[in-house]
Design a protein around this ligand. Structure first.
Ligand code: NAP
Length: 315
């Protein structure tokens, strides 16, 4: 455990996206000595996005990775400690709460869960086998490898439009495959993709198979028309899946209340069903899922945790 943290900790924060880091900034400034545990993707989903144009204060936009690096520096400036690792188990039925990081157990008086959400996959049998060999969920990470290639992007939301527009910088041709004939994406992102001559659309279609192997990578997909059921093979070198996210709440099943999709249920902003346990960001937000809303809820969670600590008094 970092030397400056007491056991039990005042506040432990799981996750280091905008929710977790904002919680850390507020919590550290309030002298709650937060410890942030981040997993395999420090900074969260924003580190895989391109320019963020709608985060207030950045007139020309800011790179997602840079925004998260700045938030981390700001949290560190006020004394936040960071640890990397996979949390394997949590025990929230007794106080202090217990969190196992690999084999080590951490105790904390308050817990802020900001574990975010992970990209959904199509559920096709070989998608993981071909992951990193033509199948991707992150244009910013992998787009560079598809110079002058043909790419399929699946999905009709903001992410799919962003990915398609970004990939069009490198690719010869980008084809968006969407299961309806109408996009879910916001009008400006729709327009940007539709105005791009390199981007085409296949409406009312689903990817039902990926053609490829580990040696050659992806070399095509099978498309099915959702109305007629007609299938056709479509040649491509890459498949970018952008069909939404699943909340990272597996650890908390049976302990915290969730909705049918696994999002943590909260009241008063960020309170879970267990006093002292708070949730912030995408892990409890199926609706807005923006960097700024995640940051806002991180702030709320930290303030609620601070007030809760006050009710406990001095040990
Ligand atoms: P989303 O809005 O949930 O869109 C997911 C898309 O994937 C939908 O078009 C959906 O089709 C399709 N889809 C879902 N499951 C599918 C399946 N099994 N097979 C084929 N298609 C499937 O997710 P998102 O685009 O990741 O966006 C998530 C949130 O982040 C949104 O609130 C969005 O506004 C926000 N976001 C904002 C920005 C930005 O402002 N710059 C950028 C990225 C994301 P249907 O439409 O038919 O349901």
């Amino acid at each position: 455990m970092p030397a400056t943290c007491k056991s039990p900790l005042e506040t432990l924060i799981l996750g280091s996206g905008p929710a977790g880091l904002t919680a850390a900034i507020y919590s550290a400034r309030a002298r709650c000595c937060p410890l942030v545990i981040h997993g395999r993707q420090p900074g969260g989903q924003l580190t895989t996005t391109t320019v963020i144009e709608n985060y207030p204060g950045f007139v020309e936009g800011i790179d997602g990775g840079e925004l998260m690096a700045r938030m981390q520096q700001q949290a560190e400036r006020f004394g936040t400690q960071f640890l990397e690792g996979e949390v394997s188990r949590v025990e929230l039925t007794k106080t202090p709460f217990r969190i196992w990081l690999d084999e080590e157990c951490y105790q904390t008086k308050t817990l802020i869960i900001s574990t975010g959400a992970s990209p959904k996959m199509l559920g096709l049998p070989n998608e993981w086998e071909l992951y990193g060999r033509g199948v991707s969920v992150c244009a910013t990470c992998d787009g560079f490898f598809f110079k002058e290639k043909d790419i399929v992007v699946v999905g009709g939301g903001d992410t799919a439009m962003e990915e398609a527009s970004f990939l069009a910088r490198f690719a010869r041709r980008v084809t968006v495959v969407h299961r309806r004939d109408e996009l879910r994406a916001s009008p400006p992102l729709q327009k940007r993709a539709m105005d791009n001559k390199k981007i085409g659309f296949r409406w009312n279609s689903q990817v039902v198979a990926i053609h490829g192997d580990q040696q050659r990578g992806v070399h095509g997909v099978r498309l099915r028309d959702v109305h007629s059921g007609a299938e056709e093979d479509f040649s491509c070198d890459g498949l970018f899946i952008a069909i939404g996210h699943t909340p990272n709440t597996e650890l908390f099943k049976g302990q915290l209340h969730m909705d049918q999709d696994g999002y943590l249920l909260t009241k008063n902003g960020c309170e879970t069903n267990i006093p002292g346990v708070f949730a912030a960001g995408d892990v409890q937000d199926p609706n807005f899922r923006q960097a700024i809303t995640a940051a806002g809820s991180g702030c709320m969670a930290a303030m609620l945790a601070e007030r809760y600590l006050d009710t406990l008094g001095e040990d």
